[in-house]
Design a protein around this ligand. Structure first.
Ligand SMILES: O=C(CO)[C@H](O)[C@H](O)COP(=O)(O)O
Length: 220
């Protein structure tokens, strides 16, 4: 398993104190910044566009981990690659089938950007198993995508265990990320199940950012 990474989700950032909070994140032990893109169609919420990503990228020295919760990932992958994404994760449910999924993975990698594929709580990741070498990360959603502050769905850990088993058996470098309802307790369960990237929104921003990141990082 790779080194554990904490990726605070800017969905919960206090936008009245953006500059201050970005500075805190940048000086914390969080190496990635999780940037949630929502189009008001794939999920019932609207968030950030590419210009915000460009601005944030100038403000912090962190890996820009862009999760596109959009109905047209082919279009938006190019938009966010151009804006400076380091990793782009799209949804399996937003593409036609597994062939289209793999085509998009290859396209994103051809842009020099790492690629992730995400599954919503009701979607099984089994169809991805023969293709894990085509992706740098699989994102297991542990809440219905769309909003921060929801409760962790423990049943999602079975997906993590399934992916971890296959990744380790084949010796792939694919990371497993989990997103939704992550705090000290659920983060520990997720790491034990095999996750190596924890996304956390409310937990990180509803307390001291440095302390909360460290608690997630060192709870293993
Ligand atoms: O993608 C998301 C929602 O779609 C958020 O990243 C996620 O829910 C994080 O928020 P919290 O840690 O508060 O659950």
């Amino acid at each position: 398993m790779k080194e554990l990474v904490i990726a605070p989700s800017i969905l919960s950032l206090d936008f009245a104190r953006v500059e201050e909070q970005l500075k805190e994140l940048n000086s914390s032990h969080a190496k990635w910044l999780h940037f949630d893109v929502m189009d008001g169609h794939f999920v019932p919420n609207l968030t950030f566009g590419p210009d915000i990503l460009k601005g944030f990228k100038k403000a912090v020295d962190m890996v820009m981990d862009v999760h596109i919760m959009v109905s047209n990932p082919v279009f938006f992958a190019d938009v966010f690659a151009k804006a400076g994404a380091d990793i782009i994760t799209f949804h399996l449910e937003a593409v036609e089938d597994i062939d289209a999924c793999i085509r998009l993975c290859r396209h994103i990698r051809s842009l020099g950007v790492k690629v992730g594929v995400s599954v919503k709580p009701k979607t099984s990741p089994e169809v991805l198993l023969p293709y894990l070498q085509e992706m740098d990360m699989v994102l297991v959603m542990s809440v219905e995508p769309g909003f921060g502050g929801q409760s962790f769905m423990e049943a999602m850990l079975d997906k993590v265990r399934l992916l971890r088993k296959e990744i380790d058996a084949k010796g792939y470098a694919t990371r497993i990320q989990i997103d939704g309802g992550i705090n000290e307790e659920t983060g520990k369960l997720a790491v034990e199940a095999g996750c190596d990237v924890l996304v956390a929104g409310s937990y990180v921003f509803k307390g001291d950012i440095h302390e909360r990141v460290d608690r997630l990082l060192w709870q293993k």
